[in-house]
Design a protein around this ligand. Structure first.
Ligand code: FAD
Length: 450
């Protein structure tokens, strides 16, 4: 058992933990980062599957994600735009496939008007309530006690308009059924991206990628911290704490420090044993932040065949197995890659099938959007963060109904020398790598100014 000491010990080498470590080290503080996995990057993970490079986790950067863009720039990395030339495909609930251009789904005139009205309403709410303290809004309790599904249907009798709008936040972002989270939680998601309109604009929200992969941002931060700072395969099991000291324990070492930053997703806080145990408030509300579930589908073909048909590769269908599909061809590659997303209950249904049947169902869903050539990929892979012990879902955690206005105001409070930080409790960039970089940096600032 080795016994180490430093100023700040950080639990988790995802983008949050590493950006905190980077900031603290720049100010001359001694840091150690303890990571459970045998790699850094957490929910960002760039890997090769059968020779093909895939972003298993987080990858896209939108233009407002300035903290991440600045970091990428400081690290000397390059970004590139997603391929977006050509028409998109929309599949209606009755299975009708329509090729369209522009932002608005090709739905009937009255549904279009209703969708536009809901978008305006959500934009106004996001602008008024903002991402920093949504629980302070005068109608926070009201908006937090109704599910997003039911709130939409209180605003509009057009079920298709509600389903299409609901998809962008339910399947598209929080990856839970729209009945499982509140309207306030949905508004936070929109506000954290600048507006609801930003969130539904795939040219905005899925704008750029990092050449070489998003995980390389974390790998480079870890490398720059220097030898012996990041300890891999070191799950933190215990934190003993007093007013001004922590002793953090793994299976093979103890680290004594003045502060700890627990930079893991909130659903994993309670996997650590705290002595003394955390206050009642934290013990209660840490139980109310849970992970969503989404399967990220990767399929690579000899060429991006959809481009020959005048399609950009984008497809939407709120009632489809794969609700969204995009061209995800890597920088500089001739082969074409598609990425699709299968969320919440549809993901449950897929995991209940055997591997062969699951693949068939998923490829058929891709083919419904982009034609029969989609049935025959050269490489096929499913990201399954639900099966990862040190994440347990995807993309991120959110509160259950009523939790955000009840406990959100406490989520960033330290307990003695223990600070909690994660993209899932960030304001701007909430649930995204940008939020992770911001909250990592801000938590470091709090410690520096203490
Ligand atoms: P994490 O990345 O989860 O890092 C936490 C780290 O803590 C992990 O390395 C974990 O192993 C470690 N850990 C956990 N428990 C312990 C313990 N007890 N001891 C030691 N270490 C521990 N974001 C975007 O911006 N754009 C996207 O396109 C995007 N797509 C996504 C797609 C998928 C499939 C997923 C899963 C996420 C996606 N995200 C995306 C979200 C983004 O990846 C996360 O917001 C970001 O990685 C969060 O960073 P973090 O450091 O807060 O947490």
């Amino acid at each position: 058992m080795s016994d180490l000491a430093c100023d700040v010990v950080i639990v988790g080498a995802g983008p949050t933990g590493l950006s905190a470590a980077r900031r603290l080290k720049a100010e001359g503080r001694e840091v150690l980062v303890l990571e459970a996995r045998d790699r850094v990057g957490g929910r960002t993970w760039t890997d090769r599957i059968d020779g093909q490079m895939y972003e298993i986790g987080g990858q896209w950067i939108s233009p407002d994600q300035s903290a991440l863009l600045e970091l990428v720039d400081e690290l000397g990395k390059e970004t590139y735009q997603r391929h977006r030339d050509g028409d998109s495909v929309y599949i209606a609930p009755d299975g009708t496939r329509t090729v369209y251009s522009g932002d608005m789904f090709p739905v009937g005139e009255s549904t279009q008007t209703e969708m536009e009205r809901l978008i305006t309403q959500l934009d106004e709410l996001a602008a008024r309530i903002g991402p920093t303290a949504p629980w302070e809004a005068e109608d926070a309790a009201e908006l937090d006690s109704v599910s997003f599904h039911h709130w939409l249907r209180q605003q509009s009798h057009d079920d298709l308009a509600c389903a299409n709008i609901g998809m962008f936040i339910a399947g598209g972002m929080l990856t839970k059924p729209a009945t499982a989270f509140s309207a306030l939680q949905a508004i936070l998601m929109a506000a954290s991206a600048g507006s609801f309109s930003n969130l539904i604009d795939d040219h905005f929200i899925l704008d750029r990628r990092v050449v070489g992969g998003m995980q390389s941002v974390s790998e480079q931060m870890a490398e720059e911290l220097g030898e012996g700072v990041v300890h891999l395969s070191s799950p933190v099991r215990t934190i003993e704490w007093s007013d001004d000291r922590v002793v953090v324990g793994t299976d093979t070492m103890t680290v004594r420090a003045g502060h700890a930053i627990v930079a893991v997703p909130p659903n994993l806080y309670s996997r650590i044993t705290y002595t003394p145990h955390l206050p009642r408030l934290q013990q209660i509300f840490h139980q109310h932040q849970s992970m969503g579930l989404v399967i990220k589908v990767h399929a690579t073909y000899p060429t991006p065949f959809w481009r020959e048909d005048g399609l950009c590769g984008t497809g939407f269908g709120a009632g489809q197995l794969v609700q969204e599909v995009y061209d995800n061809t890597n920088h500089g590659e001739d082969q074409g890659t598609l990425v699709g997303f299968i969320s919440d209950v549809n993901a449950d249904a897929m995991f209940a099938l055997d591997e062969h049947t699951r693949k068939q169902h998923i490829l058929e869903s891709l083919a419904d959007f982009l034609g029969p050539k989609a049935l025959d990929p050269s490489v096929f892979y499913l990201s399954d963060f639900g099966a990862e012990e040190w994440t347990r879902g995807a993309y991120a955690t959110s509160y259950d109904l009523g939790g955000l206005h009840r406990w959100g105001r406490f989520q960033n409070d330290p307990v003695g020398p223990i600070h909690f930080a994660s993209s899932d409790i960030a304001a701007h960039g909430y649930q995204h790598v940008d939020g992770a970089i911001r909250i990592g940096r801000d938590t470091a600032e709090k410690i520096l100014s203490a």
